[in-house]
Design a binder for this molecule. Structure first.
Ligand code: HEC
Length: 133
């Protein structure tokens, strides 16, 4: 079973180089999420949903939409940097700039209206090297 899966993966890996030299629509580099919306779509929407209303299924994903806790920048930043329960941490995945754009975005979208700027202190925990294991 595992063996068949590995063979399938190897075949898939071998079949991709044919396309590797062809530039995609955005050039040859993979696109980097820069705006808060792009970061949200790339890293958060899978669990918190496109409308940020969360979901209940295999796990409970809380709504970020109309969520008064988003008013506390330090709280949102802490959860995003360090993870919580079933949520992974992002301190080594997101740069400080990405974190700033993302947090400002969720604080001012999805029915949230917290306009105080995100400060460098708020995002100091981001842009860290991956943890050693
Ligand atoms: C793998 C699924 C998953 C991903 C990806 C994910 N989250 Fe979460 N998130 C969760 C879960 C589950 C919780 C609830 C954790 C708990 O309270 O135990 C949560 C909680 C939160 C909370 C706290 C909400 C509250 O009311 O206390 C915030 C803020 C948050 N997530 C933001 C984000 C952002 C921003 C991203 C993208 C960088 C993100 N999450 C990516 C699953 C995810």
């Amino acid at each position: 079973m595992i063996r068949r899966l590995l063979i399938g993966l190897a075949a898939a890996a071998l079949s991709t180089p044919a396309f590797a030299d062809e530039p995609g629509p955005g050039g040859t580099k993979p696109p980097v999420a820069r705006t808060g919306e792009e970061v949200y779509r790339t890293f958060c929407q899978a669990c918190h949903m496109a409308d940020a209303r969360g979901a209940v299924g295999a796990a409970a994903f809380p709504a970020l939409a109309a969520n008064p806790r988003m008013g506390t920048t330090a709280y949102a930043a802490y959860v995003i940097a360090n993870g919580k329960g079933g949520m992974p941490w992002f301190r080594d995945t997101l740069s400080k700039e990405q974190a700033r754009e993302l947090i400002a975005y969720i604080r001012t979208h999805f029915g949230n209206d917290f306009r105080e700027p995100v400060t460098p202190d708020d995002v100091a925990a981001f842009g860290q090297p991956p943890p050693r294991r």
